[in-house]
Design a protein around this ligand. Structure first.
Ligand SMILES: *[C@@H]1O[C@H](CO)[C@@H](O)[C@H](O)[C@H]1NC(C)=O
Ligand SMILES: *[C@@H]1O[C@H](CO)[C@@H](O)[C@H](O)[C@H]1NC(C)=O
Ligand SMILES: *[C@@H]1O[C@H](CO)[C@@H](O)[C@H](O)[C@H]1NC(C)=O
Ligand SMILES: *[C@@H]1O[C@H](CO)[C@@H](O)[C@H](O)[C@H]1NC(C)=O
Length: 495
């Protein structure tokens, strides 16, 4: 026993000597370093060199290397795709996607070909791909292991008016009141024994793929409580404050309504399809930044379609002040008659091009502009139009801390840009705060947690039994062969 202790302390000593110059200086953190417990489509973690070499230099990207390897059930290499994103400020984001069950995952991080800060990190696993239908048995335990907070202020606010609901009765009343096929579309979901069923109402129900996806995603990770919910598939919230409140889940809230908020389908899809079908997400934005703050043009940039009158007004302001703005409309639909005046429509530019500029403008579209999360992440200063519309995280944002507020009619927009030009340090601080906020609240882990906590709390508000009506459609998981239980893994693999 003594011998073993002695031996291991020698190893520790050796380890400390070898890594002394780097330890505590390179900060490595993120949910991607708990690959067994935190299953995501794309796992990610941060590697922060800031206090190690002080200033960022462009050679850092060449000197820093990542290798992620593992052994599959069949004893061959796991298929893993690694993506290193350079924030160009001394911090890297490493993302990796595993395509099959991995048993012995090694994450190796090198600086100038030498291991850094405790690398390689070894995980016996199993490390499962997102598609595995291997739900954890206990929701509360899973929430903790996944790193989710116990609640969110917005969720408490949205749910506190409901208790002991008889969902059979509620759904009947919701259908009666809101089923207007030409103008509203919504789905009634029932989750029973971790299976998902739905019946949709309305003419345009294609967006149910988004609500399907998040429910399927979660039910692969954890056994969901039985529950019923009604999800509004339109942009506009439905439940007016002045009417009897029915529980309807929506992607956008407003000052006049009391819908229960979910993260928008946009950011949810960018979470579920990270390193997949969707290429714009909070992580890729940070990895696609070309210019640091001081290199960016001191102008406010905007592109978008004509979905609100203020967007035309923005074009007027920009045209009158070409030295302060670069703004144009990319499509005409709502104000086709104004195309001659405000057009011609300009080609789309890559979203990442927005960050060639110091200031980004966020003006409502039909409702809140769902691009705000990505703007916050881009390291620029966001000029945000005052708005009655909001998303699930807006109540945590503070004006002048995370963004610069602009009157709804944009009458002070020019003044705000002039202010930012004059107070470059303050503008930059707001930009940094915004990016920090995005990294602490809007990354895939946070979006998943928000849904999970919401559904956990929601299920407790329902007192009626959840049954599946005959006219509901089962929403199945996609077929994916997976070894959920290590007991199923053949003997010859050492774990
Ligand atoms: C990186 O570390 C520095 C210094 O410790 C800190 O100021 C900065 O916020 C960190 N950045 C990120 C993205 O973690
Ligand atoms: C992971 O690292 C351990 C220890 O360095 C090594 O024994 C093992 O072979 C590595 N596994 C893979 C799959 O590379
Ligand atoms: C910004 O980039 C320029 C050019 O690459 C560089 O000279 C400057 O030091 C950078 N500024 C900061 C604060 O990193
Ligand atoms: C505005 O941005 C576009 C795309 O980056 C660029 O081609 C154009 O020259 C810019 N216009 C002005 C006036 O700076």
């Amino acid at each position: 026993m003594v011998f073993i202790l002695y031996k291991s302390s020698v190893i520790i000593l050796l380890f400390i000597c070898q890594h002394l110059s780097l330890q505590n200086e390179i900060n490595i953190y993120g949910p991607g370093l708990q690959p067994k417990k935190i299953v995501m489509p794309a796992r990610y973690f941060f590697v922060n060199f800031t206090s190690y070499n002080g200033k960022y230099s462009s050679t850092l990207s060449n000197d820093f290397a990542v290798e992620i390897e593992g052994t599959s059930i069949k004893k061959s290499h796991c298929r893993i795709w690694v993506n290193k994103l350079d924030r160009k400020d001394g911090t890297f984001i490493v993302r990796y996607k595993v395509y099959d069950t991995c048993l012995d995952l090694n994450i190796s991080l090198y600086y100038k070909s030498k291991h850094i800060s405790g690398s390689p990190f070894n995980f016996k696993g199993p490390v499962q791909p997102d598609q595995c239908d291997c739900p954890h048995q206990h929701f509360e335990t899973w929430l903790k292991e996944y790193g989710c907070p116990s609640t969110y202020e917005q969720i408490e606010h949205d749910l506190n008016r409901y208790q002991d609901l008889d969902m059979k009765d509620q759904v009947k009343k919701i259908i009666k009141k809101y089923h207007k096929p030409e103008s509203t579309s919504f789905c009634h979901y029932a989750v029973n024994k971790n299976q998902i069923y739905r019946k949709c109402y309305g003419k345009h129900v294609g967006f149910n793929m988004f609500s399907d996806n998040i429910l399927l995603f979660l039910s692969r990770k954890v056994i969901l409580p039985n529950m019923e919910l009604v999800v509004n598939l339109g942009d506009w919230p439905l439940v007016h404050k002045t009417t009897q409140p029915f529980p309807i889940f929506s992607w956008c809230g407003s000052d006049d309504t009391v819908d229960i908020l979910m993260p928008t389908y946009d950011i949810t899809e960018s979470t579920i399809e990270n390193m997949g079908r969707v290429t714009l997400d909070i992580l890729s934005v940070q990895g696609s930044i070309v210019h640091n703050w001081s290199e960016r043009e001191e102008k406010a940039v905007w592109r978008g379609r004509d979905s609100r009158l203020e967007r035309l007004k923005l074009i007027d302001i920009a045209r009158a002040n070409p030295s302060l703005f670069n703004a144009s409309l990319t499509n005409f639909f709502f104000f086709k008659d104004k195309e001659a005046e405000y057009g011609p429509k300009q080609p789309h530019i890559s979203f990442f091009k927005f960050f060639d500029y110091k200031y980004q403008i966020n003006v409502d579209g039909t409702v809140a502009a769902y691009r705000l999360p990505y703007l916050l992440a881009g390291g620029g200063m966001v000029l945000k139009q005052d708005s009655p519309y909001y998303e699930h995280f807006y109540n945590q944002l503070r004006a002048w801390e995370h963004y610069v507020p602009v009157f709804r009619d944009l009458s002070d927009l020019k003044e705000r840009v002039l202010w930012a030009r004059k107070h470059d340090d303050a503008a930059r601080t707001i930009a940094q705060n915004a990016q920090k906020f995005a990294n602490e609240n809007l990354l895939p882990q946070h979006i998943i947690c928000y849904h999970a906590v919401l559904f956990s709390k929601w299920s407790k508000k329902i007192k009626s039994e959840v049954t599946i009506n005959d006219d509901m459609t089962h929403v199945p998981q996609q077929k994916f062969s997976c070894h959920c239980d290590t007991k199923e893994i053949p003997d010859h693999i050492e774990l």
